[in-house]
Design a protein around this ligand. Structure first.
Ligand SMILES: [Zn+2]
Length: 277
């Protein structure tokens, strides 16, 4: 389809009284934004997420998280901190994170990237080559360099030293380069080293204190959006929330994993693709 403004040249002439000049056509900007979006690796099910389509209801902490996400989009790239969305599964954390990523990419034309944390780590493991250092170039570099990165489901990976090492490398590099990151996590922010299902224990102390410095923590709860047959209305969510206001995070660290965590970690150091399996 031919563009009526520029006849597909990507440039259009702006006529003035004395002279005329050319500038990039709006169609060119849109196609650049679409290309940027295609390289952001957003999973198909989240490809249409935006904040406008996200159904909210009377839930103070949720509304605060959404308002904060909106401010982040407006202010980008002038943002001091990234965001960390914490809460039980199914409350729209990924929706909010991806909505911010999509809108920042489309509106500001930045290089954005989405990764599920477990998927990222398994990709690094499977492509790691100690001789050519393939994963460092092909996988890690874009993750470290993305102008905005979403790391979904932080802490889901079994915490081994290799996982901690790799995550610290990514997060510290981004922190030092002042590149913001948006995380989501199902693990509660209880700074109690005895609580094995806490974010602190799942990601390790170094990573946790770095997260504190580089992110605004947005913790909220609510009913599971996936528990409804169709997209729930604001009223349905509101009444579900009122009858179940104290939804707790599920206990997920198995007895065996707990024993391992207590014993200390077996895997040591960066051993490339073989560790942490
Ligand atoms: Zn055009």
């Amino acid at each position: 389809m031919s563009c009526p403004h520029c006849h597909d040249t990507g440039w259009r002439t702006i006529a003035r009284d004395d002279a005329s000049r050319v500038e990039r056509c709006v169609c060119w900007r849109q196609s650049v934004a679409q290309t940027m979006l295609a390289t952001a690796k957003i999973p198909p099910r989240y490809r249409t997420c935006d904040l406008e389509s996200f159904v909210t209801y009377e839930n103070e902490r949720l509304l605060r998280a959404v308002a904060r996400a909106r401010r982040f989009i407006d202010a980008f790239p002038v943002v001091d901190k990234g965001l960390l969305l914490i809460g039980p599964p199914g409350i729209g954390k990924t929706h909010i994170a991806v909505a911010v990523l999509r809108q920042v990419v489309l509106e500001k034309g930045v290089r954005g990237l989405y990764y599920d944390t477990r998927h990222l780590l398994s990709t690094i493991r499977s492509t790691y080559n100690p001789v050519t250092r393939t994963s460092e170039v092909d996988i890690l570099r874009p993750v470290m360099d993305a102008e905005l990165l979403v790391l979904d489901d932080l802490g889901a990976e079994r915490p081994t030293d290799w996982v901690e090492e790799t995550m610290n490398l990514i997060v510290n590099t981004r922190y030092n380069d002042r590149r913001p990151t948006i995380f989501t996590s199902n693990y509660e922010d209880t700074p109690d080293p005895e609580e094995l299902d806490s974010l602190l224990v799942r990601v390790g102390f170094r990573m946790y204190s770095r997260l504190r410095e580089m992110c605004e923590f947005l913790e909220y709860s609510g009913p599971d959006y996936r528990g409804f047959e169709f997209t729930p209305s604001s009223e349905e969510l509101s009444s579900a929330w009122k009858t179940q206001p104290r939804r707790r995070l599920p206990v997920r660290t198995s007895v065996r994993a707990r024993a391992q965590l207590k014993r200390g970690k077996a895997d040591l150091g960066w051993t490339g693709g073989k560790a942490g399996g």
